[in-house]
Design a protein around this ligand. Structure first.
Ligand code: DON
Length: 564
């Protein structure tokens, strides 16, 4: 026995996880010594990693990667949308940036309702009326100004070159463009570059975007919010029936916010605070499941799924009622994540039988699968880390593409609750806290997260996935911490999701045994394996015990880790 253990230990190393199971070292993702970027496209990870190799820090790389994704991954990467960044500096200082879109000044609570008070189909998702005031360019410049170390030209120049040189279409991209092509003419008066048939290995060039980025490089953030670009953008949006004005752009500002922090075993989790629901929901779920021996139950076992689903059910019910833009509504944040409150919340849970969502509240909604946001994680050679999730909301946002400037505009307005109790495109229902008001930020599920273990950096992680973002981030952290998976295994592992309403547990298809699904159904859970081909598309970086970095780039996309 001793001999076997000895031989094994040559191949596998222990890392100090909860149950001291062996980590399968052969299943690791890319391992590097110093620094890494993991994003949805190789070209963007490479630009970010090159910035680090040049001596730039994680914040310089954030600016470069955000802009590079606008070129390489127009599906979700953007300058016409917004996002959130959580950071942890090498000295342990933490913080977060909210560069979420805002409702235009002319927005009204009932702007998506008809005279009878019904939600007008597509109005909050397709075309110019769906667009929120974009925050991404302001976000990039705010990060660079506060923490960047390289000149902005060094950061933007490679992105401009990429836009001029063009991007090779991947198989997955070919499929995505084809899938959404029927919607482009509905949102745009003129034809756009994505109306063409694009095949794998074709090159798409973005000369107009290269020019826009060149002006932004020269004149800074003001170019987008007050300069020539602002004027051209507003004219374009208004010509297409939108309500965003020059004043809207001029008044846009980012917000530095205090992240949500909480403990789980010996981990400290640092995640995004409102107007994202991500941090509070993640805290609620993790605190509700902490008392249970998930590692003993086993990964994706019936009992583990039950505990997680029941915690998710309760957290998403709270999300829908309490959460919104903290600058507009009072959120009882501390209570919502307090042990006392959460113990009480879980008191009705039993392994014998599913709790009904109707017993917690009521409603009848549908969920739509999607992965149209994008996440990137960065750790630099100095020990700084960032975790950024950014989005246009839907696939290619509102589908409204400004050919003059070379980018898609978001449809983030759909993240508001157009009408209390009526679901948005992710099946999420909201209440007064997330109703529309001028200059208000719409509630998000984006959950860029950084994890510390015993005071040291352990992980940077996040994902797209609309309402499933929170549960995908949760399962990835648990996979590493409870089940001793490598970063790559953790992001690849099959996932499930529950969001209170609809009262259904969603599973990635063909990933869970019939036996498990049947047992859950017998306990009273409704299950669905068809609606969500994928749940999240997680990218993360794990710091190994020897100080090296392991990248986890999700198999579900073209995601790639690059570092040195
Ligand atoms: O902020 C949010 O929660 C959504 N706009 C995210 C959208 C998203 O993740 C789309 N892709 N799945």
């Amino acid at each position: 026995m001793k001999k076997i253990i000895l031989i094994l230990s040559v191949y596998v190393a222990f890392i100090s996880c909860k149950n001291n199971n062996l980590v399968d070292e052969s299943k690791r993702g890319l391992i590097v010594e110093h620094a890494m970027v993991v994003s949805a496209r190789e070209e963007a990870s490479k630009i970010g990693s090159d910035i680090l190799q040049k001596g730039g820090n994680a914040f310089d790389a954030m600016a470069a990667t955000q802009l590079a994704l606008a070129v390489a991954y127009p599906y979700a990467g953007n300058i016409g949308g917004g996002g959130f960044m959580v950071y942890r500096k090498a000295n342990g200082e933490i913080g977060s940036l909210d560069y979420r879109e805002k409702a235009p000044l002319a927005a009204t609570k009932d702007m998506y309702l008809d005279a009878a008070g019904n939600v007008i189909p597509d109005k909050s998702t397709l075309g110019a009326m769906a667009v929120g005031v974009p925050g991404s360019v302001a976000g990039v410049f705010a990060v660079h100004e506060k923490f960047g170390s390289l000149p902005i030209e060094d950061i933007i120049k490679p992105v401009i070159d990429l836009a001029k040189k063009g991007i090779l279409v991947t198989k997955k991209q070919e499929e995505r463009i084809k899938k959404y092509q029927p919607l482009f003419p509905k949102a745009n008066k003129d034809s756009i570059v994505f109306d063409k048939v694009w095949k794998e290995n074709d090159t798409i060039k973005y000369p107009a975007l290269a020019e826009t980025l060149t002006r932004i490089m020269k004149h800074g953030s003001d170019e987008f919010y007050k300069g020539e670009t602002a004027k051209r953008l507003v004219k374009f949006i208004q010509d297409n029936g939108g309500i965003i004005t020059e004043e809207d752009l001029e008044k846009y500002e980012v917000k530095w916010r205090t992240p949500v922090t909480f403990e789980y075993d010996d981990l400290k989790i640092i995640s995004m605070s409102p107007p994202s629901s991500g941090g509070i929901c993640l805290a609620q779920i993790m605190e509700m499941i902490e008392p249970y021996d998930l590692d003993e139950f086993g990964h994706n076992s019936v009992k583990a799924i039950q505990v997680i689903v029941e915690a998710e059910r309760r957290a998403y019910a709270d999300r829908s009622y309490y959460l919104g833009d903290p600058d507009f509504v009072t959120i009882p944040g501390e209570t919502l994540i307090s042990n006392e409150y959460l113990e009480d919340r879980m008191a009705s849970f039993s392994f014998e039988k599913a709790t009904l969502s109707a017993e917690i509240s009521h409603g009848n909604v549908q969920v739509v699968e999607s992965n149209e946001t994008t996440h990137y994680s960065i750790v630099d050679q100095f020990g700084n880390s960032v975790s950024v999730t950014t989005t246009l909301n839907g696939a290619y946002g509102s589908k409204l593409y400004c050919s003059d400037l070379g980018f898609f505009l978001n449809n983030e307005m759909d993240d508001f609750s157009s009408k209390p109790g009526v679901p948005n495109m992710f099946g999420l229902i909201g209440a007064e806290a997330n109703s529309i008001a001028p200059e208000k930020r719409m509630l998000s599920s984006m959950t860029p997260t950084i994890v510390e273990k015993s005071g040291e950096l352990l992980m940077s992680v996040g994902t797209p996935g609309g309402s499933t973002i929170i549960t995908a981030v949760l399962q990835t952290i648990l996979n590493v911490h409870e089940y001793n998976m490598t970063m790559q295994q953790a992001v690849n592992a099959p996932r499930f999701h529950h969001q209170w309403l609809p009262d259904v547990v969603f599973f990635e298809p063909n990933s869970f045994s019939k036996n498990i699904i049947e047992k859950l159904e017998n306990l009273g859970y409704s299950t669905n394996e068809e609606r969500s081909p994928v749940i999240g598309k997680v990218d993360g970086i794990l710091i190994l015990e020897n100080g090296k970095l392991e990248g986890g780039a999700d198999r579900r996309g073209d995601d790639t880790a690059i570092g040195f």
